[in-house]
Design a protein around this ligand. Sequence first.
Ligand SMILES: Cc1cc2nc3c(=O)[nH]c(=O)nc-3n(C[C@H](O)[C@H](O)[C@H](O)COP(=O)(O)O)c2cc1C
Ligand code: SF4
Ligand code: SF4
Length: 302
Amino acid sequence: MINEVQFIIAVVNPSKIEARIICTNMEDKITKHIGVLYFSPTNTTKKICKAIALGMGAENPVDLNMTIPNFRTKLASNPNAILDDIDHLIIGAPVYSGKLPIQVIDCLKSINGNGKKCTAVVVYGNRDYGIALYQMVEILSNNNFNVLAAGTFIGQHSYSDIVPVAIGRPDKTDLDKAYNLGSEIRNTANYLSLEDIPVQRDMFSKSKNYNLIQPVFKSEKCNHCSICSKRCPINIISPETGNWLNQEVKKQCIGCMACVSSCKGKARFVRANFGMKLILKYILKKASVQRQEPLTVFHSST
Ligand SMILES: Cc1cc2nc3c(=O)[nH]c(=O)nc-3n(C[C@H](O)[C@H](O)[C@H](O)COP(=O)(O)O)c2cc1C
Ligand code: SF4
Ligand code: SF4
């Protein structure tokens, strides 16, 4: 656990109750204000990013949830107001068809790091991380972030209701590895370059398309709790009815499964026909049987 560093937790903004960690055993006193900026419709990316933050010594990092469309708009319109106070940003996103989700690409392109340190993380469903981490580091480097560490981690595949893959991940082993990466970052001084970042090019990452499965809605099962509407990263679900805002917006659905995983009454679910199941089984054939392990990249200075 975190024992080699002494902390003073100070409330720096009483209205927001933020934790600021002051490491007092280092040669120069370092004040670390750690932020976690993540896109995570089914929460696996969020878990990994928080474990890394914990490894860095931040039990309550500043939570920056770019899954929420309003937050992405706010961040793009005034990034400095949100990021200025943060010394190190842990940035996480899932892998979609071997790439970063479009929403993440747009969001990251809209913020300038002004020399800020960061860690880049992608979480994939045990199949392939493609070019997603490379894309993330490229955008961050182009936008004046200094990337200290990077990693690919594994989360339960979003389409596990159809073909079970990486069930229950990230598990304890994954979270320990994420925590250890956080600990390593504290001893890391050299930045990464694009040449350090691994890629797994395949037909999905080469294509510009995203292969997705859209959920269906069964109104009889809906109790209008509006949770799915709050969780949808595209804002296309009516908070009143639980249904699509209209049939036209359905085309914008990115198949992220946030609504399906958050609906307790199973009013939102995936209905895969025989052909779809067969294709998905073929794509996830190896992923469903062979466990992949996290990969971390950093230059250790010790
Ligand atoms: C549209 C879509 C495409 C995906 N493509 C891939 C992929 O190319 N490789 C892979 O291993 N997992 C893929 N996944 C699975 C997710 O990357 C994985 O489940 C991840 O843990 C989801 O992150 P989250 O829980 O933060 O939403 C895909 C998921 C979706 C919804
Ligand atoms: S989460 Fe489920 S029950 Fe709640 S509004 Fe959405 S569809 Fe209806
Ligand atoms: S409606 Fe589509 S985009 Fe919105 S949460 Fe559900 S799967 Fe994701």
